[in-house]
Structure formats: C-alpha cells, structure tokens
Write a protein that binds this ligand. Structure first.
Ligand SMILES: Cc1cc2nc3c(=O)[nH]c(=O)nc-3n(C[C@H](O)[C@H](O)[C@H](O)COP(=O)(O)OP(=O)(O)OC[C@H]3O[C@@H](n4cnc5c(N)ncnc54)[C@H](O)[C@@H]3O)c2cc1C
Length: 359
C-alpha cells in the first residue's frame, strides 16, 4: 500500500448500484455529505434481469428519473401476457399511481441514470475503490471504512454512518457481524440470455410444471429471455447437455415451447447467465453507526423480479431514518429501528410469495 487517502463524511455508502446510488441520491438531495464507493468499473452490467415492478417505476417517476430511463431507449411496456395450460391472456398495464407502463432497462443503463442523479444532487461517487472492512471508534461504534483503490493506494473514509449497499455477499454486513434473522430454502435457479431479430409484444410470462419463464423487452430491439426452475432441475439438464446455451434451450423448450418456437427466428446476442440456489434471507439491517440496504440486507429469489423495486423502497425508508438521525435530532436507535420495522413489514407479502414460488 502506498499513499493514504483520508477524508471524513456524514455518510459513506459501499455499492453504487440500485440500492447504493438511490440512497446516496436521496441523502444528497436532503443536503448531507455523502460519498459512494464501488469496486466495479462503470457503466457495467451485473448478473440480473431487469424488469422493474410497478412500485419501482412509480419511485423512478417521483424521483424525476423515469423520463431519463425512457429516453435511454428502454421501451415503455404497456401490455402483459400470461401463458398457462395452453391459453394466453393479455392485459394492458393499468394506469395507477401516475404510471401506465412498466419498464425493463438494462442495468448498465439504470444504475448509471441513478448514479448520475446522485452526483447531480452533490454525492461524491468514486469507482474502483474496494472496501476491505469497517473502522470502529474506541466504543466499538462503526466510524468509517478502509480499503484501497485499483493502484493499491490505501483509502480511509471516516463517517458518522456507513451504509452497506454492497449486495448479497456484503463485505460491510460481514465486517459489522450483521446476523441473518430469517433464512428460507435457497432452491431456485434463474437463467437468462438476450435475443434480437423478432418483435416483442410487451412482457410475457409462461407458467408450467416446475418452471416459470418470460420475456422482458429492453434496449435496441432486444429482449431478455429468462427461465426460473428448481436448481436441481437446471443442474440435471446442464449435466446432460454440451453447453450452458444448449441446456438453456432445452429448459425453454420444456417450460415455454411456444416461446422456444418463436426464438428459432431470432438470434441470441449474449451468453447465458444466471444464478443457482438463490438465497431467501433477511439480515439485521442496522447497528451503531451502520445500516444495510438492498440485497446486502434482504435477498430474495429472482422469480418475482422485485429486487430493484425493493431496493428503491428501502433506500427511501433508510434515507428518511438517517436524515432524522443526522439533522432532526431524532434518537438514532429509534430512527434506524423504524427503518428495519418498515422494511420488515413492506417485504413480508412478496417475500412469502417468492419463497413459495421458488420452492
Ligand atoms: C438472475 C437474477 C435475475 C434478477 N432479475 C431481477 C429482475 O428482473 N427485477 C428485479 O427487480 N430484480 C432482479 N434481480 C435482483 C436484483 O438484481 C438485485 O436485487 C439488485 O441488483 C440489488 O441491488 P443492490 O444495489 O442491492 O446490489 P448489487 O446490484 O449487487 O450491487 C452491489 C454493488 O456493490 C459493489 N461492491 C460489493 N462489494 C464491494 C466492496 N467490498 N467494495 C466496494 N464495492 C463493493 C459491487 O461492485 C456492486 O456494484 C435479479 C437477480 C438475479 C441474480
């Protein structure tokens, strides 16, 4: 390690994607001194399909970011079709809470739109910075993070609050010793690839025995084609096939033969990606000087496509709690406990549905 880069802030956020960038934007808009660090280079994708549930689209609109997402070329999706038991039912997306569309922007676009809004609001966004652990003061309270940049220079950021928005395998959560308060079966696999060359009529879902597949239209005339199955089924098909792509094709053929037929006239524009054995878990989300938001604090199987909108919702709960603790003189523990309680209530219904579907 060479040069030590040292500074002090109200809030240091680790992770610059949907949870971290949204929390930073909201706190910076409230006038706080916020630094966001991320080890990745941007713009970049992460392993994720990217349909945003209506609640998340409503948040984007309220934050003044929906137009930027649509201007990026993400198509406005106004129709949803369910295919099950040989029948298909299409419904328009209802106009509710100010929006009559849903959207599925690529993550390298969405994450950049939110990070740019955070920067415009005054947050200092630094990439290529890996956090290796938290610092504590003499009383044991979390008081900052340490890490290094790509060149190996040591970085030492002091903060009144450290926010772990660093995803499922959160380093912050491990450093502070955040307990997993609820863990369910981690049985689900989600795999996807991008296709182009045929028209897409909105979002589509295909329900079949032991599988759920679908179409999320996205930028440049492409669609994200995905299939969720039990991990054991995905692994069994993979063992019997020559490649991941061949296995994906076989899974689609079983799950959604009609879609597989249409895809013969399209071409795949990406490798197949995804995740096996997706955890369903809720972590303790705060302690003295720290909090967790997004997947770092709460992770659910991708089958209900709620991670992005959950991250937006919890970013807002957390920003309000931290603002109260920092500027309204509210008692910190009570404000952050309220955050955890609000998060716990808000996640319950979708978490239960997700665990049941994934099982
Ligand atoms: C296969 C799959 C499909 C999905 N499909 C959908 C979907 O259709 N719709 C939906 O809403 N959700 C979906 N999700 C869930 C969604 O991707 C996540 O909920 C969402 O990405 C969580 O965002 P986040 O900001 O909390 O964390 P992440 O997106 O994981 O971002 C964490 C960031 O922290 C950074 N970081 C990590 N450790 C460090 C460190 N030590 N130092 C510095 N930086 C660090 C990383 O570089 C990363 O940029 C899917 C997930 C999967 C796996």
């Amino acid at each position: 390690m060479h040069t030590l880069n040292r500074s002090r802030h109200d809030i240091v956020i680790v992770g610059r994607r949907v949870a971290g960038a949204a929390t930073a934007m909201l706190l910076a808009r409230l006038g706080h001194d916020v630094v966001v660090v991320d080890q990745a280079s941007f713009p970049s994708d992460t392993v994720s399909t990217h349909a945003i549930a209506r609640s998340g689209v409503v948040q984007l609109r309220r934050w003044g970011l929906l137009d930027a997402v649509l201007d990026s070329g993400a198509p406005a999706i106004r129709q949803v079709t369910f295919h099950a038991l040989g029948e298909s039912v299409s419904r328009p997306v209802k106009h509710k809470a100010g929006v009559g569309l849903v959207v599925a922007p690529r993550r390298y676009v969405l994450d950049a739109v939110i990070a740019a809004a955070a920067e415009r609001a005054g947050a200092d966004v630094r990439t290529g910075v890996t956090v290796t652990g938290v610092q504590r003061d003499r009383r044991g309270r979390v008081a900052g993070v340490h890490g290094h940049d790509r060149g190996g220079a040591a970085i030492d950021l002091g903060a009144r609050y450290v926010i772990g928005a660093d995803g499922l395998r959160s380093r912050v959560a491990r450093s502070v010793g955040a307990t997993i308060n609820e863990a369910r079966l981690a049985g689900g696999a989600a795999q996807y690839a991008y296709y182009a060359g045929i028209p897409w009529a909105g979002m589509e879902f295909f329900v079949a025995e032991r599988s759920f597949a679908g179409v999320f239209p996205t930028h440049q005339g492409q669609a994200c084609i995905w299939v969720c199955t039990p991990s054991a089924d995905a692994q069994a098909v993979r063992r019997g096939s020559g490649s991941r792509e061949e296995a994906f094709g076989e899974l689609l053929e079983c799950s959604a033969p009609q879609l597989a037929g249409r895809l013969r006239h399209a071409h795949r524009t990406s490798p197949v990606q995804g995740m096996l054995r997706q955890p369903n878990q809720v972590r303790q989300s705060f302690g003295p000087g720290w909090a967790l938001v997004g997947d770092a604090g709460y992770h659910r199987d991708a089958i209900t496509a709620h991670g992005i909108s959950d991250a937006f919702r919890d970013a807002e709960f957390l920003a309000v709690a931290l603002d109260q603790a920092l500027s309204a003189g509210a008692e910190e523990r009570a404000a952050l406990a309220r955050y955890q309680q609000q998060r716990g209530q808000a996640l319950r219904e979708i978490f239960e549905i997700t665990c049941r579907l994934a099982a």
